[in-house]
Ligand binder design. Structure first.
Ligand SMILES: Cc1ncc(COP(=O)(O)O)c(C=O)c1O
Length: 393
């Protein structure tokens, strides 16, 4: 099956674009203090230190539906992760959260999955729970750097919060930490932006050009022969190594692209692509919609859908998410989370894709089902193509 690439790839145009940039976008939504980092995990590590400097507690309550690497900063800070159960609609099981939060809770994490912030009533409930126990609410907007929810800019609905720029843009790294509660302000020793390009920036640029060249050759080939199989890339995961690589300052290259982006255009393109998956998947019985509505200012990371039938032919166009932490995987206490991690597939909506390309890919996948050539049929998710990396996004 022909690949739909998971993320956008850096084009020379991104380096000289003249969009308003991320800083202006942030300032049009909030006055809160913020700082840049290499990754969301590294920003979260500073958030934990800020919380520890101001509050008591040794536990972090977080959703079980979370990628394995996210637990590393918690452990490194000497804190204990306590996972709460999820609901199938990607909201926290508030009853379970309440049963876990007590005087020993330092922080509670609220995650806006795939770019859609949690509903305001959910965040308000979590915030009052935190306030009642002297804990800090961390708004994890790793998937939604360009999203705005009912409570404001994603990542700012809590005492502290962060967003990952590298998940939304074709850049090697980059994240932002928001300090919403003035009482938590302090030094941010892990923040920073590199002052000039490094060999890693040049390698990323070179690999992005190669990726773009390969993509255009592949799409030309695809036009000639209804699609060739790309073997899936096995990625051996090592959450600790992923975390180690995510430490440091934001690269010069990422900062340069972020200063030139047009957030409104990115959001528009991503929403248009999201709407195509939504419309075409609504007709398919083997799929169950996750979000009944996207929210007017959400900038989606992916289109998520639950496969009620894992043999659904469109599965090859997506990927299940996430690789769960050891404590959660196959643990009966987290049956909903394990079901989601096996059956919730994410489909790309990034701006390199067009509605026509997505429609064509869906038709190719379903054409195979309807008796077309099945030479390229595969039940394995399509290969992920990320410039120069196999790391967690
Ligand atoms: C929900 C969530 N939070 C936090 C992170 C960590 O973000 P980063 O990859 O920028 O370290 C991830 C990474 O995938 C994530 O999915």
């Amino acid at each position: 099956m022909a690949a739909l690439h998971r993320g956008p790839s850096l084009s020379p145009r991104s380096l000289v674009a003249s969009g308003p940039g991320f800083d202006r976008f942030v300032r049009s939504h909030t006055e809160y203090e913020y700082a840049y980092y290499r990754s969301g995990k590294w920003a979260f590590r500073d958030a934990l230190d800020l919380a520890m400097a101001a509050r008591n507690g040794s536990e972090v309550v977080l959703p079980a539906y979370i990628p394995d690497g996210f637990v590393e900063p918690i452990r490194e800070a000497g804190l204990t992760p306590r996972f709460h159960r999820m609901r199938a609609d990607l909201r926290p099981d508030l009853g379970d959260v309440r049963s876990l939060v007590d005087g020993d809770t330092l922080a509670v994490v609220s995650v806006g999955y795939f770019g859609k912030p949690q509903p305001i009533e959910v965040n308000e409930a979590l915030r009052s729970l935190c306030d009642a126990h002297g804990a800090v609410l961390v708004d994890d907007a790793a998937h939604g750097a360009f999203s705005v929810g009912e409570g404001g800019l994603a990542g700012t609905v809590g005492h502290l919060g962060f967003a990952s720029l590298h998940k939304a843009l074709p850049i090697p790294d980059g994240a932002v930490l928001y300090v919403a509660d003035e009482a938590l302000r302090g030094t941010l020793p892990r923040s920073g932006v590199a002052s000039g390009p490094t060999p890693a920036d040049l390698r990323y640029l070179a690999s992005a050009s190669l990726t773009r060249a390969r993509r255009s050759i592949r799409s030309a080939t695809r036009r000639r022969s209804a699609g060739q199989s790309s073997p899936p890339t096995p990625s051996a995961r090592n959450p600790r190594a992923l975390y180690r690589r995510s430490k440091g300052e934001m690269s010069w290259l990422s900062a340069r692209v972020a200063r030139r982006v047009d957030p409104a255009a990115i959001r528009r393109r991503r929403r248009e692509n999201y709407a195509v998956w939504e419309r075409l998947f609504a007709e398919r019985p083997g799929l169950a919609q996750v979000y009944p509505s996207l929210g007017v200012e959400t900038c989606p990371q992916y289109y998520p859908t639950v496969l009620t039938d894992l043999a659904e032919p469109v599965a090859v166009l997506g990927q299940p998410w996430p690789p769960l932490p050891d404590e959660v995987r196959a643990n009966d206490r987290f049956a909903v989370t394990n079901h989601l991690a096996a059956c919730l597939y994410t489909f790309p909506v990034h701006p390199d894709l067009t509605p026509a390309a997505i429609e064509a890919a869906i038709h190719r996948a379903t054409d195979v089902e309807a008796g077309g050539s099945d030479a390229d049929r595969s039940t394995t998710p399509v290969a992920v193509s990320l410039p120069g990396s196999t790391r967690e996004r």
